[in-house]
Write a protein that binds this ligand. Structure first.
Ligand SMILES: [Zn+2]
Length: 318
């Protein structure tokens, strides 16, 4: 059932979407050479490579539970210019033996020229789109699966698409789409087109369970109904790719109750965030985030009333 609160969530998201880059930023980009942004980490017998798709502006107007002043204070305390904060958009390549899988696929052309860098960075790892055998979709938002399609065709011709069944149920529901209004139609259309294009290669899952050897789907609902993390276990190592548990890490680690307009169910998103933060602190589990500053891997520790992140050590070659 869709409540008014759910719809307000998606409506707020649409007005806050930072689709267009600032002119000054575009000029700065064109002046500097763009180096590959791909960082490979070893998790037991597997390799996980963080791939940058770019970054997007998320200002205080997109958040609930904090005002502009509180946002600015959190940023300034952490040496970030509040007007200039941009959240990363990361995807992750998992290599297990000869198998190559992607957790999410970036924005493609869905969100403007500041983003859509995933394919270039994937290429820098020596991986071709044809090599990818599975896309593990954390959810069906455009910054996670927009890059899986180009119009009506698949970017990854040999990949199965694994996703939580609750995502399909939500995004393909005509009544929900109608209630969400014209301003949110793009979210629904994009999700539907991805499901369409990968039609004969869809691998829906529901609940917690193994989706590939050593990779366990962990439902983390709230941001979207089927929002899911992927836990990788190999040898003594583990990594939880928790996707969109944080959108504005400098704010939401300090204030985990702060939600974002993109949350379909903000209360559930905040409760899920509180639970998983507790759990990764207790278990000392390494995490990777879709919107945490690239490469987005690290550990979480308690800090005062909230949390802080210790970035993963740079993986120097042995
Ligand atoms: Zn996202």
């Amino acid at each position: 059932m869709i409540t008014r609160r759910h719809l307000m969530g998606t409506a707020a998201a649409a007005t806050a979407l930072p689709f267009l880059p600032r002119a000054a930023r575009a000029a700065a980009h064109s002046a500097a050479p763009v180096l590959p942004a791909a960082q490979r980490f070893t998790i037991g017998d597997m390799a996980v490579t963080a791939l940058s798709d770019g970054a997007l502006r998320i200002g205080p107007e997109a958040l609930q539970g904090i005002d502009a002043e509180g946002y600015a204070r959190a940023m300034t305390d952490q040496f970030i210019e509040p007007d200039d904060f941009r959240a990363a958009v990361n995807a992750f390549l998992i290599e297990a033996g000869d198998t190559k899988m992607l957790v999410d696929a970036g924005t493609g052309g869905a969100m403007g020229p500041d983003l859509g860098r995933l394919m270039g960075n994937l290429e820098a790892t020596g991986t071709a789109p044809e090599d990818i055998t599975m896309i593990l979709a954390s959810h069906l938002h455009p910054d996670h699966v927009g890059g899986a399609v180009d119009g009506g065709s698949a970017i990854f011709p040999n990949a199965e698409l694994a996703f939580h069944e609750a995502e399909r149920a939500f995004w393909t529901d005509d009544a929900i789409m109608q209630q969400a209004g014209e301003s949110n139609a793009m979210f629904f259309n994009l999700a539907r087109s991805v499901l369409d294009v990968y039609g004969d290669r869809l691998r829906p899952f529901s609940g917690e369970g193994e989706v590939a050897p050593g990779i366990t789907a962990m439902p983390l609902p709230g941001h979207t109904p089927g929002h899911t993390g992927f836990a990788i276990n190999s040898g003594d190592d583990s990594l939880l790719i928790w996707a969109d548990i944080l959108h504005v890490a400098p704010v939401q680690l300090r204030h985990p109750e702060v939600t974002i307009g993109f949350d379909v169910d903000p209360d559930q998103a905040a409760a899920t965030r509180a639970d998983i933060l507790d759990r990764v602190v207790a278990d000392r589990m390494m995490i990777a985030g879709s919107h945490i500053n690239f490469p987005g891997l690290g550990h979480i520790m308690q800090a005062g009333e909230g949390y802080a992140m210790i970035d993963a050590r740079y993986p120097y070659p042995a």
